[in-house]
Design a protein. Sequence first.
Length: 276
Amino acid sequence: MKISIQGEKGSFHEVAAKLYFKTDDIDIVACTTFEHTLMAVTEGRADFAVMAVENARSGSILSNYTLIRESGMKIYGEINLRIRQNLMALPGQTVAAIREIRSHPIALSQCMTWLSHLRGVTLIESEDTAGSARYISENHLTGVAAIASAATAGLYGLEIIAAGIETYQKNYTRFAIMGNEKSAPGDGNKVSICFATGHKPGSLAAVLVRLAELDINLSKIQSVPRLNGEWEYMFYTDLELKPDHDIGFIRNTLENYTTNLELLGIYTKCEQLYES
């Protein structure tokens, strides 16, 4: 099975992929951007894609929701992963010897409280956490450290010199498992949809009231600009269903209150919080 991810081997995306598919026996298709991650599936170079869509501290990754809708792919499943950030460098070094720290900007921001206590250290933003570790390893850089997952340290022969440096211990990221429509399960207890509403008072409220009347738990709602110059928005929502809910009836009902309604995926809600 081939799984495309944003980032390189050892990244949190790879950790999420192995935990979701419950195996280490997968081929990772490393991609530099989230757009290329989805393209790997649509072009047949990967069977599924793993994409971060939300973080417990920084919120939704809005651009990824737009990519999902525009790709025509469906959400196959989800996994919630605790992001444990670690400072790593070539063996034998100490935190005091580090003068440069490299990592993805989100990883750096998640560790800023710990990093703010350092003096004389330059922070360098990079495209990927694991890529930063690989760069240090391949170039035998002393005095330079990376922030990445524990798996990355072992993969590139680095030593963790400060573990768990993230500011918030409950630092969870939700990853969506993306696949072609033909590979989507088509059933489950969670539904992701997007829609637009009329530009008049009460339009969104009418949708929310109707969902409440149908006894549907709205676990997420996120607005994203449509970029059409008219200040219109798409609303991305996650609905949690009960066994007796009829998704066809729900869809038909919502079409009376929305425009551009799209079903992004029907899948099983992830109830477990995994550790990286």
